[in-house]
Design a protein around this ligand. Sequence first.
Ligand SMILES: [Mg+2]
Length: 295
Amino acid sequence: MLHGLSRVRGDLAFARPRSRAELGAHPGFTKAACLMPSATPSSARPSPVRLITIDLDDTLWPCAPVIQAAEAAVYAWLAERTPGLTDRFDTGGLRTHRRELMLARPDIAHDLTAVRRLSLRALLGELGYDLALADEAVEVFRRHRNRVEPFADVPDVLARLRPRHRLVAVTNGNAEVQATPLRDAFHHSVTAAEAGAAKPDPAVFELAMRWAGTAPAETLHLGDDPLRDIEAARRIGIGAVWVNRNGQLWPKDLPRPLLEVRDLVDLEAWLQAAPSGWPTGPSGRGDGPGAVDAV
Ligand SMILES: [Mg+2]
């Protein structure tokens, strides 16, 4: 089951100029990084990381606080204009309605803004309110949704990576990175709504690679979600780095990530330790060693 992953780790060891002991001694390297074999490199493979795709929510900023604040703002806005709606639904009730809509409409479930708009339109229509209020409410949500606060390590590391790699934001969510404090950090962004499918579907990765003109072996993905980020990237041969800020346990049913880091400072140190080579990830899609069904 771990054959493919072992191969990746082996290649990495050959690409790295430092010894395992040195890496283990580096304060930034986590246990996963130190699992790599300690073979001495005989030659480095000249295949640098040209593209880094980066998840947004809970990778670059905490997601829950900004969603809660945005939903509270929308709710207060609705309470002033549509009291019949807020008398009937609290924020949890509105969320439940959206989830039910996503189940009923899998064709738009990847587009969270469309789901939010359609859900509100349905409820407003049911209660006899102007449907155009749904568009205004979505705009209120959008403004607050982008008021994210990046983790402290993020802005400086992205600024240092930007000259050396193509940086593309890839998200299932509806944050608009160009409207956030990280507006200048990326070269490009791709959302699930634009790609037509949410991770773990490969569509966002494929769109990002098409934009950058890169192959999976030249691409690295950073994300916090074991399935939607790490396993999804691994299945199409992209090296995936698990950004595990909260010390979560890795799911037993998934192959280990290429690398686990606590923050982007760890990642930057790792990239600097392997400047001249990059491993070829497992090939194939969805049928690689240890692949699991998407949920
Ligand atoms: Mg995330």
